[in-house]
Write a protein that binds this ligand. Structure first.
Ligand code: HEM
Length: 178
């Protein structure tokens, strides 16, 4: 463990923004797929969505490992309820960054489709083909994804409030400058 500094480490900043972009892309792609008719375009998009989702799962694991060894900076002065809610949201974001792709992966397996990462690396099935289970996992993946989207919105709104209303420099702790 290192002494907490006043800002996030460079790898933490890079992982934060890379995952922010990736998660938004996965949410947009998933929503787009849900409205597509059956066909080649839909199958292609589902594959890209799966590959992106599995990559985000790997990045989330890497991020958790990094965080375990590098303490985030101490809280800025703010009301206790705000600090507690921020910690709760961060914890839930980590939980959903793992749960959403795992549910998508399990859904794919239960529906009878193995996941082959970028078409080259076959990943293990962790549930067997099971159409009844797939019927449950599909809405579970959707609900978890939308909960993640709602939390991301709350997280962004809070960051913007700190930046524009409180002007306390919170956002600059998550940048590469300095
Ligand atoms: C953090 C990563 C992920 C996010 C944010 C995400 C989000 C979404 C969203 C929003 C949908 C549309 C749900 C709906 O409105 O019906 C969706 C659909 C889907 N996701 Fe994901 N997903 C992720 C990872 C994965 C992974 C890793 C897989 C599989 C390996 C996967 C497989 C699927 C499939 C197959 C669908 C299409 C369901 C259908 O309409 O048939 N997802 N995803």
């Amino acid at each position: 463990m290192q002494t907490p500094s006043t800002r996030y480490t460079r790898p933490a900043v890079l992982l934060h923004w890379l995952m922010a972009l990736g998660l938004i892309a996965a949410l947009v792609a998933g929503t787009y797929i849900a409205g597509l008719p059956m066909g080649l375009q839909r199958l292609k998009m589902i594959n890209w969505h799966k590959w992106l989702g599995v990559s985000l799962l790997a990045l989330a694991l890497l991020r958790l490992v990094w965080r375990a060894g590098h303490r985030p900076p101490a809280d800025l002065p703010m009301p206790r309820w705000q600090a507690l809610s921020a910690h709760a949201v961060h914890g839930l974001l980590y939980a959903l960054m793992l749960l959403v792709p795992l549910l998508g992966w399990a859904y794919s397996n239960a529906a009878g489709f193995p996941v082959v990462w970028f078409g080259v690396l076959p990943l293990p099935d962790f549930v067997g083909k099971n159409p009844e289970l797939a019927e449950l996992l599909k809405p579970a993946h959707r609900l978890a994804a939308w909960s993640l989207a709602a939390l991301i919105l709350a997280h962004v709104a809070a960051a913007l409030k700190h930046h524009f209303l409180d002007r306390d420099g919170l956002l600059s702790r998550m940048t590469l400058k300095g």
